[in-house]
Design a protein around this ligand. Sequence first.
Ligand code: AMP
Length: 341
Amino acid sequence: MNYEKKGLGMAVFASHSALQLVLGGMEQGVRTALFGPEDRLELYRRFPALSCELVRYAGTETLDGLADEGFVLVPNGSVVEYVRPENLFRTKIKVFGSRALLGIEADQRRKMELLRKAGIPTPKEFSTPWLVDRPVIVKFPGARGGMDYEVTDDPQRISDLQIWALERRIVKGPSEVMIQEYLIGTTVYAHYFHSPIHNRTEITGFDIRYESDVDGLRRAPVSIAMRRSPTFTVVGNIPVFPRERLLETFLEYGERFVETVKREAGGKFAGPFCLECVVDSGLNVFAFEFSGRIVAGTNVYSVHGSPYLALYFGRPMTVGERVALELKTAAETGSLDEVLT
Ligand code: AMP
């Protein structure tokens, strides 16, 4: 790769947490290229203080070209959705973090299995609608931002949803529709950064997602809300500061997650990740999913930086800057191999 000749750069899909990563790169003097379809790039041309290259995405050749220019890919949620994890194995660009983990993230079953292997409590799963004995959330594959999910305790309705998904070719078989216990509690999305350079897993913050229409239904008259099964389309994110005693549990889960990823998915891991959790009234923490890369929830700290990162670096820092700092330090110390796959 051309890091020495051209200088290291971060290639980021133009969406999701792109603004935060560009600003973080600018803070650390690491250049950034945003790539995406032309209509996505337009937005970023409107911000004059943003310093980055804009590159039209035309398939994996675009990523190969960026690799030749010294860029490494910093994956965000839009890469998982738009480029697809299988295509990441067809390009020579190096990935900051774990390429293998992105493949697991895209597969609902393997994803939950990894969490269970890490010894992190997860919601119960049902193999068929006819065994369901409690409220469940019916999930369809792909990072679709909670689109079309439904909460129900009616086996017939679940069976109808499986047929609906089959007819629309959202799934190839009914078993691809996940029937997962609907946890009663508050959602808390825990953000982490694993640093091979410092050999530690840092907590970088927490958010809750603001979802339509489940959050909006709270404002609707009860008589109307009760007749609707809520949807979970993510609209934005809100910061949350969990009780301090919960930090220990979150840290332990994060560290166990990293150990399990190293064991099960290719030996290496670096960078941001997230455990999507529900905390119940007994303060038990369950993870119902994970993201093996930066989550948009970290954008809640993109202006003033995360106060949790101040606990490691003495000043608040955004996750975008944290990524740039790790890459820069790895390049300076000849350790890029530890953070790239
Ligand atoms: P996901 O696509 O899995 O992140 O789910 C979208 C949204 O559905 C989440 O942000 C939660 O609000 C909700 N959700 C997902 N799974 C569960 C669960 N097992 N129990 C309660 N809420 C859930």
